[in-house]
Design a protein around this ligand. Sequence first.
Ligand code: HEC
Length: 253
Amino acid sequence: MNLLRSRLVQAALILIVSYLIFQFAIRPPAPFSVLSLYMGIVLLAVLVYVSSDSDSWRAFLRPMHATLVDPGKRALRLALMIVIPLLLGYYAYTQAAAKPQAPPELRAVHPAPPDTIQFRGKDFKIAGGDNPLRKDAAAIPKHVAAGGEIYVRNCMYCHGDNLDGKGHFAHGFNPPPANFQDPGTIAMLQEAFLFWRIAKGGPGLPKEATPWNSVMPAWEDRLTEEQIWQVIMYLYDATGQQPRRWETAHGAH
Ligand code: HEC
């Protein structure tokens, strides 16, 4: 019972019990930052309590003072001088030691397109394919305008009203929607590659694009062939990018 009278033991018990309550009784578990905040408040309260009058404060300090200077406590002093640095060292080690990590996901962002795809039941050549709507230069502004409408109706909420991949839903997806303003996306792709990606979406990605967790929808059943070419023209027009040509692409391969 004498031990329980000691201010130091009381303070330590309050701290331990409140830690156990915060850690195990609070559901859902509080994050570490909240936990340390609570413990800081409890520590403050305990310090206020033990220092409420000078007798109690002296009683609180006495055991610590005794441990530091009493000739009879040499053995305890020595033990503490070994144990405390060891504990600190162990803590530093656990913080600094390399932790096992899941390997990064290697995902081919721009996998090689298939040579041909099936678009609504008919064969559709991707390799060497060009946007047929570009042949009639006079009609281009009309197609770009139609593509803009298609974009706003179907693509904007993922790819963003600024075409920068920051649409309303974008933050919920990993991989994030493509940022068409980035020179690493449509500027380095042929229009036929885009056609394939838009028509077949995430579900149409080949094996090297694993894990197949892209939410890019397949538009094949919702947009016509012409509409897909139109939205592609809008993407290049609105971003000021130029589609990659097949000649340069062959040189690079
Ligand atoms: C539900 C969200 C969502 C919608 C809607 C959406 N996309 Fe995507 N899109 C994505 C995601 C995520 C990616 C990146 C992953 C990938 O490449 O599949 C992507 C990738 C793409 C790419 C490939 C770009 C590259 O660099 O390889 C193109 C092109 C594209 N989208 C066009 C469109 C068009 C056009 C529309 C509208 C008709 C559209 N997207 C609608 C989510 C979406």
